[in-house]
Design a protein around this ligand. Structure first.
Ligand SMILES: [Zn+2]
Length: 201
């Protein structure tokens, strides 16, 4: 991508409004900017930080479809901030395999403790092995759920039945869908994304 001449802070601030209200108040737009990733078939796949999007762009793994109105300043020059990128290469024919991770388990469970049903911020959630590890339970989509600390402590090294707890639904491996992106959507959806995502209607 072509380096762009550096913009001063006031320009970046003014651009913030144009870009669809990223961030709140005087927050630096770069500190909250995220990039929407589309698959080769232009379907929304995930939302990542702009730094990672820049790396993927330099590695020719993605093409940049839209930029934010603010640039990324570097000592020598500045670069336009990618807002939407598309993965280059073969279109996946198989369903997308969702990587098992703490964050993805919390997303699958809507940040809701699966035992008491209360929604918590990620920092207050834990991963609970439904069948405890000591009893041979695996660390996998179908045996790990989001749980708050008190529920996790209460359950201890027991199965839900032994602890007198019930799961609202069996834990399953999720599939991505546009709805899956919503938990990570910025409060104000960047204007540059609107052509690519389904809005809540
Ligand atoms: Zn709980």
């Amino acid at each position: 991508m072509e380096p762009r001449r550096e913009v001063d802070r006031s320009d970046a601030g003014a651009a913030q409004g144009e870009a669809g209200g990223l961030g709140e108040g005087r927050e630096d737009p770069l500190s909250v900017a995220r990039t929407l990733v589309l698959d080769a078939g232009y379907q929304p796949l995930r939302i990542i930080g702009w730094r990672r999007a820049i790396c993927m762009s330099f590695l020719d793994k993605v093409e940049v479809l839209a930029h934010y109105a603010f640039d990324i300043p570097t000592p020598s020059h500045s670069y336009p901030t990618p807002a939407v990128v598309r993965l280059l290469g073969q279109l996946r024919v198989r369903p997308q395999v969702v990587r098992f991770s703490r964050r993805n388990v919390y997303l699958r469970d809507d940040h809701r403790c699966q035992y008491c049903g209360v929604v918590f911020p990620a920092a207050e959630l834990t991963l609970d092995h439904v069948v405890p590890r000591v009893a041979g339970g695996k660390t996998s989509w179908t045996n790990v759920v989001a749980a708050c600390r008190p529920c996790n402590r209460r359950k201890g090294g027991r199965t839900p039945e032994q602890a007198g707890l019930t799961l609202p639904k069996p834990p399953l491996r999720p599939r991505w869908s546009p709805q899956r992106l919503l938990p990570r959507m910025p409060a104000a959806v960047p204007e540059a994304w609107l052509d690519w995502i389904f809005t809540r209607s």
